[in-house]
Design a protein around this ligand. Structure first.
Ligand code: MG
Ligand code: ZN
Length: 540
């Protein structure tokens, strides 16, 4: 009896000793515990300036709608999160565009300007999504722009140029992420859908239930929706259809980009709303993907921060940031009690060179202060350091600049007067302009100082973009929004340096298991961020 218990004891001892050693070996050999799930959230154009606007609004707006001023970024940091700083430039250039930056994040390799999923030589490079899929994980891509737009495309397509969205759609379908949600139906339907009498048109009208404008931009009759169905995807064109779907899911909710942040904010409490939000799409994707025991990789893009920043539309940009904030909060809450999920929140670059700045206008009046150093003098700073009340006014903007000019353009030619523009601006924003200011905004069309993109007032570069349709869907002239922004800048205490991108390094917020999160601390380049993300999705 005694011998037997000794033997059992010995066996247990050996067992614990061996397993102890094995565990210790794992711990000391530097092997990283791989997270089961990786969720990457990209704010397009969301540089430190944009994160700063959200934080400023959350903490300083007198009537901030963000509960207790707690943003998604605060939540990440409150849950043992980390911050890193990442440079974004593409190969041999200073400033990056979304395609090259997305490619660098997706592949961990340097890419070339405007390339999709290629290395800088122009060869296809394996993406983190492809790697996750090869490791047996489920995968998903979400964007509030078009699914085929540069950022999501870089994760699942390999093309010479970001504008090749017809080819990108084919690539993406072949790459086969389990979930793809966003806008851009126009690249997925055959050319013959433009013929109103065609059978495919009638079929599409039924499928979409009138939720999406049906017009193809394809040059061929490939019906990618039919191909997706054959591959086992459920299709969704509105929120009800998305909610009802299960399994692999392709959701295309808009002809081009989905509605901008202000439209989303305006419609949130509308019971008739059938357009999913970025948060709702993310929740659906996580719902579908998390059924996979091998885990998942999901990329969610808030793509319209960049568009608002290109237009220098500060109020519009704040609403875009509200949208990513809501999405980050949701994802962080979902992962709160899990130790198997790595969340990475970053940007592809920063746009606009935005900031609040103090002015020499409306200088503060002298006032008495109770402090002992002000007993025999007034408190009178020499500059106007900015009224936090402008944050509420920015939030109260009711239409994006793009939509304001859309309304202006829908007027008859005779009605398109400076007064009409001033009336629209003064109706839909809280930063009124005069007729004279509106005239300045409108006269710029034929003014070479503006239209050639020369410096204006010393710091303002007005963009001259040749390919309007590729980037900006609604507007006819590129510079009116930017010039409107200039007219209201000092009342907003806002400065913009450009209508394009800057090279300011972007923030990298991470939350997750320590060993998965720590590689993203410190200073890095986006190729390293990409490599570390690829490491994270590799099967253990
Ligand atoms: Mg993008
Ligand atoms: Zn951009």
């Amino acid at each position: 009896m005694k011998n037997r218990s000794s033997a059992i004891f010995a066996i247990f001892f050996v067992f614990f000793f061996v397993t102890g050693c094995v565990q210790k070996q794992v711990a000391t050999s530097g092997a990283v515990k791989k997270p089961k799930n990786v969720i990457m959230i990209i704010g397009d154009g969301m540089g430190p300036e944009q994160v700063g606007l959200l934080l400023t609004y959350a903490k300083q707006a007198p009537n901030s709608v963000i509960v207790e001023g707690q943003t998604g970024f605060d939540k990440i940091m409150a849950q043992n999160g980390s911050i890193g700083l990442s440079m974004t430039h593409a190969k041999d250039v200073l400033v990056v565009d979304s395609a090259a930056s997305g490619s660098q994040m997706a592949t961990g390799q340097f890419s070339g300007s405007e390339m999709i999923g290629l290395d800088f030589n122009g060869d296809p490079a394996v993406t983190v999504l492809e790697k996750a899929k090869a490791a047996g994980k489920s995968t998903g891509l979400i964007s509030d722009t078009r699914v085929t737009h540069a950022t999501p495309a870089a994760f699942a397509a390999h093309q010479a140029h970001r504008k090749m969205e017809n080819e990108i759609a084919v690539d993406m379908l072949n790459a086969g992420p389990d979930v793809m949600l966003g806008g851009g139906l126009r690249y997925w339907i055959p050319k013959e859908a433009n013929d109103k009498a065609s059978a495919v048109r009638k079929e599409l009208e039924e499928m979409t239930e009138g939720s999406v404008r049906i017009k193809s931009k394809r040059k061929d009759n490939k019906n990618l929706l039919a191909q997706a169905k054959d591959k086992g995807y459920s299709l969704a064109f509105n929120k009800n259809q998305m909610d009802a779907a299960s399994g692999k899911l392709l959701g295309l909710f808009a002809y081009s980009a989905m509605p901008d942040g202000i439209r989303v904010s305006n419609s949130l409490s509308d019971p008739q709303r059938n357009m999913p939000t970025l948060r709702e799409m993310s929740a659906k994707a996580i719902d579908v993907l998390s059924k996979d025991d091998d885990g998942f990789f999901l990329m969610v893009e808030a793509g319209l921060i960049d568009w608002a920043a290109h237009y220098n539309d500060a109020g519009g940009m704040l609403h875009e940031l509200m949208r990513i904030n809501e999405t980050i909060s949701y994802v962080v809450d979902w992962a709160k009690d899990r130790d198997d999920t790595l969340i990475i929140v970053t940007a592809d670059h920063t746009t606009g060179g935005f900031g609040f700045s103090y002015t020499g206008k409306n200088l503060p009046k002298a006032k008495a202060l109770p402090g002992k150093m002000f007993q025999d003098r007034d408190y009178k700073p020499g500059y106007n350091f900015g009224d936090p009340g402008v944050l509420d006014k920015l939030y109260n903007q009711k239409l994006s600049y793009t939509d304001i000019f859309g309304k202006f353009d829908s007027l008859s030619k005779e009605e398109q007067t400076p007064k009409a523009l001033a009336d629209l601006v003064n109706e839909y924003t809280q930063f009124p302009i005069t007729e004279a200011q509106a005239a300045r905004v409108l006269e710029t069309e034929d003014n070479p100082i503006y239209s050639e993109g020369h410096s204006y007032l010393g710091s303002k570069v007005v963009p001259k973009l040749d390919n309007k349709d590729a980037f900006f869907v609604y507007q006819k002239y590129d510079n009116r929004q930017n010039l409107l922004a200039l007219e209201v800048a000092s009342d907003q205490f806002v400065v913009w340096n450009t209508g394009t991108h800057t090279n300011t390094p972007v923030l990298v917020f991470t939350k997750g298991p320590d060993t998965a999160r720590e590689p993203f601390e410190g200073i890095m380049h986006h190729t390293q961020l990409g490599q570390r993300t690829m490491d994270a999705v590799t099967a253990p």
